[in-house]
Write a protein that binds this ligand. Structure first.
Ligand SMILES: [Zn+2]
Ligand SMILES: [Zn+2]
Length: 100
């Protein structure tokens, strides 16, 4: 019995939020895999989104009429990161102003 071909999915790293897209490269043939390794520099997260082989794609072929999130939109983690960064920059700015 042969295994079903990998299920195409929009995958994001659960740790850093970076989208995971599976593509063959010169060093890697992209064989069917269940655990995915995040490619973000310094992340190192390896996770299994399902108990079957999946393949990270840029987008699904179909989209639902009521879908209100599309690939390329920020994930919850990225949104939190952006808010935290804005707060940090604002705080630094205020601190700098005080020391002048
Ligand atoms: Zn990651
Ligand atoms: Zn992968």
């Amino acid at each position: 019995m042969t295994e079903a071909p990998p299920l195409p999915m929009v995958l994001h790293c659960p740790r850093c939020g970076m989208q995971h897209i599976d593509q063959a490269t010169d060093e890697w043939s992209n064989p069917p895999h269940r655990s995915h390794a995040c490619q973000a520099v310094g992340c190192g997260c390896i996770w299994r989104p399902a108990d079957v082989a999946t393949t990270g794609v840029e987008r699904t072929i179909t989209q639902g009429r009521a879908d209100n999130w599309k690939p390329g939109d920020l994930t919850a983690g990225q949104q939190l990161g952006a808010v935290a960064l804005a707060m940090f920059v604002d705080r630094q700015r205020r601190l700098n102003r005080r020391s002048l």
